[in-house]
Write a protein that binds this ligand. Structure first.
Ligand SMILES: Cc1cc2nc3c(=O)[nH]c(=O)nc-3n(C[C@H](O)[C@H](O)[C@H](O)COP(=O)(O)OP(=O)(O)OC[C@H]3O[C@@H](n4cnc5c(N)ncnc54)[C@H](O)[C@@H]3O)c2cc1C
Length: 495
């Protein structure tokens, strides 16, 4: 007799939804998390009178009421938390700024976005409309393919465009670099520049935000993580925080349970890991890493991490000049150079500015604003920083983000009351992931559901993986992945 039916390692998005789905289906589940709060990336922390959102800039897939395939009426309903969460809608996708060259705000509506772009780039209406139609088609058929529709029933548009580099498709439709930035600036959410990113990835991202709108959660992503944890606990699930798993135990070639960092062993026939794939397979005890997995992992590249300047500002969004929740500011239109800069301490060349009080999420005291400035960075350069130099370098680099932000909010510096800076080393420390990666492996053309099946096949009976390392990174994909993996596990057990 096992102690539990299933053990879930890690309480990030996918760990939480996996645990809640399993427990609510009647599987006795233990959730083990090294950190002291649930959420992984989806957490918040306090400085002075401010609470800072760690990761959630825009939640995709929530959907307006009446869209049954949205998170709101799908997953959150199934977990019994749809009514408990309060979603705050952003009415614009973003404002895209290249100082002196571009300043355009894209509404979260296909037709309104065409009007705005045609006004900004006269004569572009037809091309933007055709581009949006292509986005819809490629996203639609990609979702169908991901859900198992046979290839012969899929429209050829997916095969013609899906895997082409985003840059090629942009170049086919547009001449002006500025409109390409205005339409493709979400590439930073995916961690690969347009020259490397598959068109289908941007198509899915834009489709998710246009169709289901961008949202925040009142109380931040921490409120969402806490709600999923409550759903798990109310169904009888047990969670242990401040508890790391150090080994995945096996016997007779299959999973037997886990050994916690305090040496305690807990048994279960099924283990779902939300830790990174390298960490998960390194924890296997009593069994060699299967050759298929070893070969697969050897060909993958650890993805990008993040650098964030969190600020509590003693001024309202209007006083600071914020008109949208999300603003991208790029020094120029050279995205390949911006991507290269993520591997150096060159001053930040592109930032995502999140102003959480344009549509307030409830963290900032009245009359104040909570803003984060984020750029992506690979961890390697940070690993070589001497401890004695760390604080100086991180604040000097943060200064470069602030300088870029001043292009849209000239007075922001004077309003700063609290700051905190997170580097790739911070991500490594809190998530335990190699390279502090926030999206798992690099999401370039060789990655993704078409070429990799890490989530479907671990080659170790009883071991399951869910999260950004075995699928797509980001909130919506990982929330969905945990529930999907749990449902697959339950189906297999029932068969
Ligand atoms: C600063 C930042 C900004 C971001 N912005 C966005 C955004 O705007 N939109 C978006 O969609 N995505 C964004 N992301 C990415 C997104 O948050 C992540 O891709 C997603 O949350 C990852 O979820 P996950 O399920 O893979 O688990 P993770 O969040 O990676 O959590 C894994 C959990 O496993 C735990 N763990 C690991 N090893 C062990 C062990 N041995 N024992 C016990 N516990 C263990 C860790 O402590 C952690 O809690 C951002 C991320 C960051 C950090």
């Amino acid at each position: 007799m096992h102690d539990y039916d299933a053990i879930v390692i890690g309480a990030g998005n996918a760990g939480l939804t996996a645990a809640a789905t399993l427990q609510r289906a009647g599987a006795r589940t233990l959730l083990v998390e090294r950190h002291n709060v649930p959420g992984g990336c989806g957490t918040s922390f306090r400085r002075g009178r401010f609470e800072f959102e760690v990761a959630l800039h825009q939640l995709s897939g929530v959907g307006v009421e009446g869209q049954p395939i949205s998170l709101r009426e799908g997953l959150f309903q199934q977990l019994g938390i749809a009514d408990r969460l309060e979603f705050v809608q952003e009415h614009d996708l973003y404002r895209a700024v290249v100082p002196g060259r571009l300043d355009v705000t894209i509404p979260a509506d296909w037709d309104a976005a065409i009007d705005v772009l045609d006004a900004e780039f006269p004569g572009s209406r037809d091309r933007v409309a055709r581009f949006f139609e292509l986005i819809k088609q490629v996203a639609f058929w990609q979702i169908a393919a991901m859900r198992g529709m046979p290839a012969e029933q899929i429209d050829p548009v997916l095969f013609r465009y899906g895997l082409r580099p985003l840059q090629q498709v942009l170049d086919e439709y547009f001449d002006d670099d500025r409109i390409k930035v205005a339409l493709a600036v979400y590439w930073t959410y995916l961690g690969q520049p347009p020259s490397k990113l598959r068109f289908q990835d941007l198509a899915l991202t834009l489709f998710a935000y246009f169709e289901f709108k961008p949202w925040h959660v009142r109380g931040g992503s921490q409120a969402m993580s806490a709600a999923i944890l409550d759903s798990f606990r109310q169904a009888g699930g047990q969670a242990r925080f401040n508890t790391g798993v150090e080994a995945i135990l096996t016997a007779g070639g299959r999973v037997l349970g886990v050994r916690l960092e305090d040496g305690v062993e807990v048994t279960a026939p099924e283990v779902v890991s939300n830790a990174s794939l390298p960490t998960t397979y390194a924890m296997l005890d009593g069994i060699a890493v299967p050759a298929a997995v070893r070969n697969d992992l050897a060909t993958r590249r650890i993805g990008v991490s993040g650098f964030v300047l969190h600020m509590g500002l003693d001024a309202t969004p209007a006083e600071l000049g914020f008109t949208t929740s999300t603003t991208f500011v790029n020094r120029d239109t050279d995205d390949d150079r911006t991507y290269q800069a993520w591997k150096s301490f060159e001053p930040a060349r592109g930032i995502c500015v999140s102003s959480y009080d344009v549509a307030p999420i409830g963290f900032a005291p009245a009359g104040t604003t909570h803003v984060s400035l984020m750029t992506l960075q690979y961890a390697d350069i940070w690993k070589n920083v001497a401890p004695v130099e760390y604080a100086r370098i991180k604040f000097a680099f943060a200064e470069t983000l602030l300088e870029l932000c001043e292009a849209v909010t000239p007075g922001i510096r004077d309003a700063i009351e609290e700051v905190d800076v997170a580097t790739p080393l911070t991500m490594m420390r809190y998530l335990g992931h190699p390279g502090g990666s926030i999206y798992g492996y690099d999401q370039d053309a060789t990655e993704g559901w078409l070429f990799r099946n890490s989530e479907r096949e671990t080659h170790v009976p009883g071991l399951h993986v869910a999260g950004s390392w075995s699928g797509m990174g980001g909130f919506q994909p990982t929330l969905e992945a945990g529930a999907r993996v749990a449902r697959r596990l339950l189906r297999t057990k029932a068969a």
